[in-house]
Design a protein around this ligand. Structure first.
Ligand code: PEP
Ligand code: MN
Length: 334
């Protein structure tokens, strides 16, 4: 970290400040230029509050020269992380496709879709059991029964399952779930992230509705700091002024995250656009941009879906998207 000091700073205040840094096991280095004086800090500055430092009388500005995320940082871990889920690998050149309905609705619905997405080449089955809905009057999911149905579909098809956790108190219901999803609305539920850091399950962490990439990486850091290194990041569109799509897919997040972190990055073109016709072009774009995988909503009868029908593909459309993605993967920018 670097602190630029104000012109004519008070020497006594600087002495107090450097003593305080030393107490925190930081090494202060003072460089006095003709016009500017810089105080460099060496050591773990992650616990320092930059706003607090900038509010000090003698400090003009403070700047971190190292990203605050350590475990997720590619600088400290140059190799891609590869996460294994059953027979499926994700990351390090292994592309994984997660597909399934927005919500688990019934055994018949889920098992039909599971068989169909498997036949089309999906590696993992998704399905929401606990649903974060904007309206409390909308379908909230089948909850624990939904998880039971996912486990039945897993048994039938062999596909590992991905489902969202909304509250810590439900964690024991996720014992047999293969990948625990943290939804956009919970990306900064730090107590939840900390607890998931103590599990050894892969976590699919979705980017918050208005979160920066750094905030996403810091949330991954929360999970990793607890010892769980199996984090998959998911770009699922962000809030912008545009209303023509449900969200705005930030494709540039893919190559940027891959530069900043060794963790696998997947794209969810369904929630990013909200429009089923846009899922194919955005899936192809994500694969071409270097994503490690996709998460796509598929429903056997989208017009009757209890949730997110407008963005759901039919199994036939999903199969077509999968082929288009496979065709572009050899040319992906990696
Ligand atoms: C979902 O994947 O079912 C979901 C609710 O997505 P998000 O958290 O990205 O809105
Ligand atoms: Mn959905």
């Amino acid at each position: 970290m670097i602190l630029v000091l104000k012109e004519n700073y008070d020497k006594k205040q600087l002495e107090n400040l450097t003593a305080w840094f030393r107490e925190k096991n930081l090494e202060p280095h003072l460089t006095e230029g003709a016009h500017t004086t810089i105080l460099g800090l060496i050591g773990d500055t992650s616990k320092l509050d930059i706003d607090m430092l900038e509010s000090m009388d003698i400090v003009e500005s403070a700047k971190r020269i190292q990203e605050p995320f350590k475990s997720a940082n590619r600088k400290f871990h140059p190799e891609d992380t590869v996460i294994e889920i059953g027979d499926v690998k994700i990351g390090g050149g292994n592309f994984a496709v997660i597909a399934g309905p927005c919500s688990v609705e019934s055994e018949e619905q889920l098992c039909t879709i599971a068989e169909q997405v498997k036949a089309a080449g999906a590696g993992l089955l998704r399905g929401g059991a606990f649903k974060p809905r904007t309206s409390p009057y909308a379908f909230q999911g089948l909850r624990s029964e939904g998880i039971d149905l996912l486990l039945k579909a897993k048994k039938k098809t062999g596909l590992p399952i991905v489902t969202e956790i909304m509250d810590l108190s439900h964690l024991s219901l996720f014992d047999e779930v293969d990948v625990i999803q943290v939804g956009a609305r919970n990306m900064q539920n730090f107590e939840l992230l900390k607890e998931l850091g103590h599990t050894n399950k892969p976590i699919l962490l979705k980017r918050g509705l208005s979160s920066t990439l750094q905030e996403l990486l810091m949330s991954a850091e929360y999970i990793m700091a607890g010892g769980n290194e199996k984090v998959i990041l998911c770009e699922r569109g962000i809030r912008t002024f545009e209303t023509a799509t449900r969200n705005t897919l930030d494709i540039s997040a893919v190559p940027l995250l891959r530069q900043l972190t060794h963790l696998p990055v997947v794209v969810d073109p369904s929630h990013a656009t909200g429009i089923s016709k846009l899922v194919k072009p955005m899936s192809v774009a994500a694969a071409a941009a270097g994503a490690d995988g996709l998460m796509i909503e598929v429903h056997n009868d989208p017009s009757r879906a209890l949730c997110d029908g407008a963005q759901s593909l039919t199994p036939e459309q999903f199969s077509d998207v999968k082929k288009a993605v496979d065709a572009v993967l050899p040319f992906a920018s990696r």
